[in-house]
Design a protein around this ligand. Structure first.
Ligand code: ATP
Ligand code: ATP
Ligand code: MG
Ligand code: MG
Lengths: 253, 253
């Protein structure tokens, strides 16, 4: 139980947070118990669910060993979903962690005791391959890689795979690629079609059949502090994330 | 001479690289001499101009003091534009710099001797507030902030302003906000209009009159290794960046 999935891609703005929040909440709507971990100093997943990032202790204090998981976890931010919130002081964590013992595995150690209580633990990562992302990769069973159908988004994938393999060899033997999801797909442009084709060539079966279309409801929802199922359940964005959740469950969640 | 502008916003995917490359090349088209500095480990600005990031020494070796500026600078990547390329090993720089002397000011020291030879030095930053971005802020005269008209993009601006003020107080008294540019503006959506209005309320005169519309030519150009003026000069994207360059010059470049 308690499959840990890190949602990561160091390219910025490819839909990591939108995927972590809405896939997490889709799994909740389908009756799975989910913990969403916001490991990004921007704390977008936290505010996207209507939680004020400054309110209390966060992932930051957990990583530094100052609080226990129970002290920071916020239950029921959405149906069957609890949240481990971020705070902006997480930016400092990257530099503070450099000098600490077990600097890459502290998140995994904190999450381990909680696994039994959840079906899925989904970690939203910042757009970098620094210590916060390395902590997520060390803790995870699988990596879910959102890829925007744009040229720059394709470029960095090799570098991400190198980091995943490095963590797999050194800190986390069980780590594998859960899957690749195409995001903000606008089928009207040639570039998007070409990038999508290239991603399917490189990743084959790993690419989820569900591609998430560009859908303005997905970018509106966080401004109301809601996931897509509370904001616009019948939208194309809501339906895509529900389909994606069904595929994640079918792959062995 | 040699005004240094850091293009930065820790929110990912807001158009930092697209702005640094195409504003830089627009200034070149208008006859200004420009150096483009790629301080992002993703090296998108480098590959977006058709340069292979792996080819030789980069900003990384410059920051560690192993090479001189002349050793790494690539002249004439575009009309009147030379490039200080990035390489993926820059990811390591963030951790390696932590333990070094003058870790936040090394880029500024390297660029100082070159200022006389250029009208503008434009620095593309990674999506974080780590040591690479702090180096760019310490070296810069002005900060140009691209803001995508989306909810999450608005959230992080306060945090960015805190970092700018911190660097201004401690390491770089001359640092000021050059301006804010609205990017990927799709005037058909309510959210974009609301965000644009909010940005103009917060930043007033600092917001450039030119907003960059969403234009597929801008995302296609890097896949051909070209800036927008070589790829599709008469496109809405090309015209917007030419107008933006004229505003930057008028503001005292
Ligand atoms: N399918 C979609 N349709 C429309 N807008 C989307 C979609 N997915 C994401 N967005 C919007 O695009 C922007 C980038 O998405 P998001 O913030 O989730 O990416 P990210 O990878 O988490 O970014 P960062 O690298 O900063 O963490 C956001 O404003 C979001 O609302
Ligand atoms: N005005 C625009 N119209 C259409 N596409 C755009 C526009 N500006 C940028 N893009 C595309 O949006 C994506 C994000 O832009 P870009 O990579 O420049 O952002 P960034 O802030 O540099 O990202 P990162 O945070 O990863 O460094 C890219 O694929 C780019 O080609
Ligand atoms: Mg995010
Ligand atoms: Mg960039």
């Amino acid at each position: 139980p308690g499959k840990i999935i890190a949602v990561t891609n160091q390219k910025g703005g490819v839909g990591k947070t939108t995927t972590a929040v809405n896939l997490g909440c889709a799994l909740g709507v389908l009756g799975r118990k989910v913990m969403l971990v916001d490991a990004d100093p921007q704390s977008n997943a936290t505010s996207g669910l209507g939680v004020s990032a400054a309110a209390g202790a966060s992932v930051y204090e957990l990583l530094l060993g100052e609080v226990s998981l129970a002290d920071v976890l916020l239950p029921d931010v959405s149906e069957n979903v609890s949240l481990l919130p971020a705070a902006t002081c997480l930016t400092g964590a990257e530099i503070e962690l450099v000098g600490m013992e077990n600097r890459e595995t502290r998140l995994g150690v904190s999450l381990k005791p909680a696994r039994r209580g959840y079906d899925f633990i989904i970690i939203d990562c910042p757009p970098s391959l620094g210590l916060l992302t390395l902590n997520a990769l060390s803790a995870a069973d699988g990596v879910l890689i959102p890829i925007q159908c744009e040229y720059y988004a394709l470029e960095g994938v090799g570098h991400l795979l190198d980091s995943i393999n490095r963590i797999k060899r050194s800190l986390n033997k069980k780590l594998s690629i859960e899957g690749v999801v195409l995001t903000m797909l606008d089928t009207r442009t040639n570039l998007a079609q070409q990038v999508a084709e290239h991603v399917r060539e490189v990743f084959g079966e790993k690419v989820f059949k569900t591609a998430v279309p560009r859908n303005v409801r997905l970018s509106e929802a966080p401004s109301f502090g809601q996931d897509i199922f509370r904001y616009a359940k019948r939208s194309r964005g809501g339906e895509a994330y529900l389909e994606l959740a069904k595929e994640v469950i079918a792959r062995g969640g």
